[in-house]
Write a protein of this length. Structure first.
Length: 312
């Protein structure tokens, strides 16, 4: 209880006076350690819920695969049942976050690891097929990034083909399951600058990805809305194509430290970030595909706020 009170005291001033992002969905990625803490510890869950509600976060990407030699979605699915049910009661939708640095999940695009990717996805399908309606995942977010592989510089086009092949297999599995799930990957904004002939059709890679999935979470990591190198400019191709194809785009932004200053809002304040996101949201609102923002990531957000408090 003392720890929880201290948490509120530390963050309450920042939570009270930060400028909100108006009229849009707001999501957040939650990685392995924090997701497992929320599943297994009531205090961690309550602190997170308080934080999400104070920030207007209405969607979470909750890590749901192996971590630290354990796999709770496989071995203790009731923990997800309870947690998702509690978040749903508070108006927060929950997507299963699959893929991680811990698992080196970028390798899952490779043909020799394809079955591992399918098995990971099947665990969520299996969970949702038996869970009660109030405790089911609302969607899935895939963090499987082929550009992280060492072979990327020499084999970029081959690796992108593998990524699309894997994506096709996953979406066929979803379709065959008959379950209603929004499924989509996190992709970098610059994929719209790479064209690829895949299955007889030459398109921007981002267009191929949008064709396959229900939505994309666009990693649009810039610290300003406008200009040629801004959030708006980098997202427009994906938003326009997704609007034409009746898909959705969540705009990802970064708050953790980065050696390239423009990539993250970390060097700015939360109010300054929200000013930029409100500018972007006003422009994006003309595109039906726009599905709000997603922040990378929960622990980084808390650390960033704490840093701002210490400099006040």
């Amino acid at each position: 209880m003392i720890k929880r009170i201290l948490f509120f005291l530390l963050f309450f001033p920042l939570l009270s006076f930060s400028q909100p992002i108006l009229g849009t969905n707001k999501a957040i990625w939650i990685w392995e350690k924090d997701s497992y803490a929320m599943l297994e510890n009531e205090e961690s869950k309550n602190d997170a819920l308080y934080f999400f509600k104070s920030k207007g976060i209405n969607r979470i990407y909750l890590y749901a695969d192996e971590f630290s030699s354990r796999n709770l979605i496989r071995d203790k699915p009731y923990l997800f049942h309870d947690l998702i049910g509690d978040f749903h009661k508070n108006g927060i939708s929950v997507y299963a976050l699959l893929g991680s640095g811990y698992l080196n999940s970028e390798k899952l695009i490779l043909p020799e690891y394809r079955e591992d990717a399918i098995a990971m996805f099947k665990r969520i399908i299996q969970y949702n097929s038996v869970a009660k309606s109030h405790a089911r995942f609302d969607g899935i977010n895939l963090d499987i990034e082929p550009h992280i592989l060492d072979a990327w510089p020499e084999q970029k086009y081959q690796l992108l083909e593998y990524f699309l092949d894997m994506s096709k297999s996953i979406m066929e599995l979803k379709s065959n399951s008959g379950l209603e799930l929004m499924v989509g990957p996190a992709i970098p904004f610059w994929l719209d600058g790479v064209s690829l002939n895949w299955q007889g059709e030459s398109k921007k890679v981002s267009d191929h990805v949008i064709d396959l999935y229900d939505y994309v979470a666009l990693m649009d990591y810039r610290d300003h809305a406008e200009g040629r190198d801004g959030i708006v400019s980098h997202a427009m191709d994906e938003l326009e194509y997704s609007t034409l194809t009746n898909k959705k785009v969540a705009i990802g932004v970064e708050v953790t430290p980065n050696e390239i200053t423009k990539v993250s809002f970390n060097h700015l304040t939360e109010n300054e970030m929200n000013v930029e996101l409100n500018i972007a949201a006003k422009i994006f609102s003309t595109k039906p595909a726009f599905d709000g923002f997603v922040i990378h990531h929960y622990r980084g957000y808390l650390t960033w706020l704490d840093k701002q408090k210490k400099t006040d």
